[in-house]
Every structure is written in structure tokens, then in C-alpha cells.
Design a protein around this ligand. Structure first.
Ligand code: 13P
Length: 288
């Protein structure tokens, strides 16, 4: 069974390490993320955007798939199933569908409305034992067709949202979803420091756009107070590269190499390796 992300986030914040939150896109992705976590003996968050959940067949299917795989694969490390960038309606649907963790992303709403809805959802999640992530300041880049401008979060707004009783807070510090553009100036540690000054040392912070940030920069963010790091694009890139290699080597034309169980195997294996690599960079290997 999946668990709330609350305890793993508190332990990570206290212990000074980060929890990997990996986006899933299909069955193979889910298997590789779970396998990577088990082999690294690490607690992780399996997450899906609204769009990816729709692609896979809906929220209920995702809940059943993740819980069934935890059973059939003999996964013993703590796994949270998290809605990534959910709107208000999706957050409520996923709470009822059996997700163990929710992100309500009200960053595109007027701030007062974000605050009000975050407060309401925080109470519902608390009553149900589900962890809640909220967001202040849109994350840059593009996620499921929503394009953010990469603004940095306002520390006072972070404090107000934190006071709603959320378990973790996503706040823009110059991070961007997707591939980082040439000349990206890096994370704004001055903004991160100012946010921590306001929200305090206990609240786990979330770094979206975890793909492509230099390892040392992520580790510095973790050292300061980032406890959840989201990774999607790097898994997609490595999956695509390995699948391309397989096809370009003509392996799909050898025997039954076109069988999806063979065709998708190199990409799936590469995702397992990437998950384990990221967990190690975040410092959560053997923290299960
Ligand atoms: P990347 O695709 O840049 O890794 O970002 C993932 C993410 O933040 C999901 O919310």
C-alpha cells in the first residue's frame, strides 16, 4: 500500500537529505521507478500529472496500478502516490480515488484564492491522513501545456501558504520544468534563504524541474532545506535515447525484437539506473 509522504518528508528535512519524486507515464515507467527505489532501499514519491494520469487511463487506474505493482513486485520501501500540479477539482478527485499525497497548484490563481483553497484542502488532507504540497510562484517552463514564466516566489506569500498547514511547499527559485536553456543562471539561493527565513527550518521545500540541474547545485539546495526533488524530463530523455539506440542498431528486426517487451526493455532498464543515480545524488539511498 502507498503511504502519506508526510513522515518521509519530515525525516528528510531533519536528516538533511532529499526524497526523489519521479513522474510516471506508463506501466514500464512505474515498474522502473518502483524497482529503482527498492534497489536503492529508499523511500520515494511516485507522481503523475493530470495529463499523464489521463493518458494512462484515469486516476483510479493509476491508484490500482501502483498499489498492485507494490504487491506483485514485493516492494517494501515506503512509496507515496502523489498528484503533481493538480488543480482544485483534480485534487478533490484524487483524494477520493485513493492517492496518498496531493499537490494543489493554485499558483495561477489570484493569491487570496490560492490561499483559501489551500487552507480548505489542507484540512481535508489532514483528516484523511494524506500529505499536501502547495505552490507559490509559478515554476518556469512547460508542464502539461501550462507555461510558467519562472518567477521567484515571494517569501511573505510562502509564509502565508505554509501557515495553512501544508506538509511541503513548492516555491520558485529560478527552477524551470523541462530542458534548461543555454545560459540559465542557476538556482537563486538568495531567494531560497529568504523563504527559509520566513517559513522556518521545519517545513520541507520542493524543487520542481529537477532534471538538468548540476548535481552539486541540487545538493546545495538539499543542504539548505529542499526535501523533495521532482524528476521527469531526464527519465524521458534516457528512455528515448536507449530506445533509439535499440532501433538504430536494427535490433527490432532481429528475431522477435519488435515485441514491446523487448523493444521497451533497454529504456526501462535505463530509467531504473537513472532513478538510483538521482536517489544517490539526493542522499536518500538506504533511508527506507
Ligand atoms: P522536470 O521535467 O524538469 O524534471 O520537472 C519535473 C517536475 O517538476 C514535475 O512537476
Amino acid at each position: 500500500m502507498t503511504v502519506s509522504a508526510r513522515d518521509m518528508m519530515i525525516a528528510a528535512r531533519k536528516g538533511g537529505y532529499g526524497i526523489g519524486a519521479f513522474n510516471i507515464n506508463n506501466l514500464e515507467w512505474t515498474q522502473s521507478v518502483l524497482k529503482g527505489a527498492q534497489e536503492a532501499n529508499a523511500p520515494i514519491i511516485v507522481q503523475t500529472s493530470m495529463g499523464a494520469a489521463k493518458y494512462m487511463g484515469g486516476y483510479k487506474l493509476v491508484v490500482d496500478m501502483v498499489n498492485d505493482l507494490i504487491d506483485s513486485m514485493g516492494i517494501t520501501v515506503p512509496i507515496a502516490l502523489h498528484l503533481d500540479h493538480g488543480n482544485y477539482e483534480a485534487a478533490k478527485t484524487c483524494i477520493d480515488a485513493g492517492f496518498s499525497s496531493i499537490m494543489f497548484d493554485g499558483s495561477s490563481l489570484p493569491f487570496e484564492e490560492n490561499l483559501e483553497k489551500t487552507r480548505e484542502l489542507a484540512q481535508i488532507c489532514k483528516d484523511r491522513g494524506i500529505s499536501l504540497e502547495a505552490e507559490v510562484g509559478a515554476i518556469g517552463g512547460e508542464e502539461d501545456g501550462v507555461v510558467g514564466m519562472g518567477e521567484c516566489a515571494d517569501p511573505d506569500e510562502c509564509k502565508a501558504i505554509a501557515d495553512c498547514g501544508v506538509d511541503m511547499l513548492a516555491c520558485g527559485i529560478g527552477n524551470i520544468h523541462g530542458v534548461y536553456p543555454e545560459g540559465w543562471p542557476g538556482l537563486r539561493f538568495d531567494v531560497l534563504d529568504a523563504i527559509i527565513d520566513k517559513v522556518g527550518e521545519d517545513l520541507p521545500l520542493v524543487l520542481h524541474g529537477g532534471s538538468g540541474i548540476p548535481d552539486a547545485m541540487v545538493q546545495e539546495a538539499v543542504r539548505k532545506g529542499v526535501s523533495k526533488i521532482n524528476v521527469n524530463t531526464e527519465l524521458q530523455l534516457v528512455f528515448a535515447a536507449k530506445t533509439r539506440e535499440y532501433i538504430e542498431a536494427g535490433k527490432d528486426k532481429e528475431g522477435k525484437g519488435f515485441d514491446p517487451r523487448k523493444l521497451l526493455a533497454p529504456g526501462t532498464a535505463a530509467c531504473v539506473d537513472m532513478v538510483k543515480y538521482k536517489i544517490d545524488v539526493f542522499g536518500s539511498t538506504n533511508k527506507a
